[in-house]
Design a protein around this ligand. Sequence first.
Ligand code: BMA
Length: 333
Amino acid sequence: MNNKLKIAGAPMKDMPWQARPEGSKEVVWRYANNPIIPRNLLPTSNSIFNSAVVPFGSGYAGVFRCDDTNRRMRLHVGFSDNGIDWKIEEQPLKFECNDPEIGEWVYGYDPRVCFIEDRYYVTWCNGYHGPTIGVAYTFDFKTFHQLENAFLPFNRNGVMFPKKINGNFAMLSRPSDNGHTPFGDIFYSESPDLEYWGRHRHVMSPAPFEDSAWQCTKIGAGPIPIETSEGWLLIYHGVLNSCNGFVYAFGSALLDLEQPWKVKYRSGPYLITPQTTYECMGDVPNVTFPCAAIHDSETGRIAIYYGCADTVTSLAFGYIDEIIEFTKANSII
Ligand code: BMA
C-alpha cells in the first residue's frame, strides 16, 4: 500500500477477502462464490439484497433488506462469524419508539449501519407518507431505539458519516419522489442531536451523459464514507436510463474532510456495473447497489457488500489506495 496514505478505522486482519484474480486488471473485483446470500435464505424471503453489515464483537452483524413472500419490504437482523456466511433472524427487526406516530411500521428498505462513538446507528428508507430517512440506534443488535425521521418525505439513501463533523452528526441523502425517481442529487446535512437537521449543502448532481453515462440519471450514497488522508472516500451508485429501463452501477468520489459537501475528485468510469448473471437477472434486472463496506486500515483492503438485481447479496474486493488513485486519475471534475 502507498505508505503516505492514512486510512481511519481499526485493523481488520481477518476481514472477508479474496485476492484479485490472476490476469485481472479490475480495480474492484467480484468474489468468486457470489452471491453470498441467496434470495430464499429465510423460508419467508422473496429476496435479500441492499443490506448493511459492520464488525461486531468477534464477528459481524448486519441489518438486511428482506422482502417477504407478500413482497413487503422488511428489515431483519443477521450475524456472521466470517462476514460471508450469514444467519439471518426469521422475525423482522422491531424498533422501540417513544412516539407511536413515528414508530408505526409501514415499510423499510436499503438500510445502512454506522458506528459512531459508542453505538451503531441504523438509517433506512422509512415509509412515512412516502419514503423518508428513518434513524435508530442499537448497542447490541437486539434492542433498536427509533428516533425522529431525519427529513421530510420524499428522501432515500440516508448515509451517516462515522464521526461528527464540525461538532455535529452528518448525513448524506438524496431527495426523491414517491415513485421510481427519474432524478436525484446527493445532499449533505448536519444535526447537533439527531433530531433537528439543517445546514443542508449540495454535494453532487448526476454527471452529464457525455462525460459519464452510468451516473447521468440519478446518484445516491452507498456505504458509510471512509476517512483517509486524501479525503472521505465515497462509494455511490449511479443510474443510466436505458431504452430497457434503469441500470444501476457504482463508482467512487473523494470528498473534502472538513467540508464534505465539496467534491475533490469523482471517477468517470464505474467500479462495478451489472455484468454477471446474478446482477443482470432477477426481480429487477441490471442492478448493483452497494450499502456497506468493511475495510482494514493497515492493508487498505476493502470488501463491498452490494445487492444484485434486487434479489441477492454479493461481495466485491479492492484496495482503498488503488481506488483513490483510480478516482483521481479518471476524475471528471
Ligand atoms: C431504487 C431502490 C433500490 C432498488 C433500486 C432498483 O429506487 O428502491 O432499493 O435496488 O431502485 O430497483
